[in-house]
Design a protein around this ligand. Structure first.
Ligand SMILES: [Zn+2]
Length: 220
């Protein structure tokens, strides 16, 4: 906590002056381009990783970057928090992108694969049910990458499953069909600092370097 409190003073005295005008502009409202869904893991720092300023990312974080699927009526089958963030982003903010970003070494994915049940963490155990379809797929399907540890392969499959869960929300489906919303699956490798993007054509995740960036942007 000491580090956080002094961090506020540090920000106030050294960083705030260069952001002051930007924050004044933002005080009246936000119009972020992207809903960024990622894990609560402290090592994943969205704004740092994609070099964004305040106001540019609408961020939803939870354990395992999970999206409980919706019923046919568009109501969440899990926690309302995620569904609310999706509704707000798509219907009110009208974001043009939703990114689901998983990461290497994810504790949630390790817990899903652990043989022993999480008896002492019943809420967490129930929440991780939303990642179970990915675990089932890990057992059945060809791996997205044979060189990764099982929990990292699960983490990548989990990104794809959560993108499918997003498409169970009628508002998301409609916006995607209209071409006003694009869904992307990303995966962050903590050790290398590389961000990967899912490439549907190859069925694999590829590093977003300058060359892939050109191709990803070319899709616009
Ligand atoms: Zn995680």
């Amino acid at each position: 906590m000491r580090k956080l409190i002094w961090g506020i003073v540090e920000f106030r005295e050294h960083e705030l002056p260069q952001y002051a005008a930007h924050f004044r502009d933002l005080a009246g409202g936000q119009s972020p381009d992207t809903l960024f869904i990622t894990c609560a893991d402290s090592r994943v720092v969205p704004n740092l990783l994609v070099s964004t300023d305040p106001g540019e990312l609408f961020t939803m974080r939870n354990v395992g970057n999970l999206v409980p699927p919706a019923t046919a009526d568009g109501l969440s089958t899990g926690d309302l928090s995620e569904a609310s963030a999706i509704e707000y982003a798509v219907k009110i903010l009208k974001v043009a992108n939703i990114v689901v970003c998983g990461h290497s070494g994810c504790g949630a994915m390790k817990a899903v694969l652990a043989p022993a049940p999480l008896d002492d963490a019943p809420n967490l155990a129930a929440w991780l049910d939303h990642a179970r379809p990915a675990a089932a797929r890990l057992a059945q399907e060809a791996a997205t990458s044979a060189v990764l540890a099982p929990y990292d392969r699960l983490s990548q499959l989990n990104v794809l499953v959560q993108l499918e869960h997003l498409m169970t929300y009628p508002d998301v489906r409609t916006a995607v069909a209209r071409g006003t919303l694009r869904l992307s699956g990303w995966w962050f490798d903590i050790a290398s600092g590389d961000m990967y993007a899912y490439r549907p054509a190859s069925g694999t995740f590829a590093v977003i370097d300058r060359r892939l960036a050109d191709r990803l942007i070319g899709r616009d």
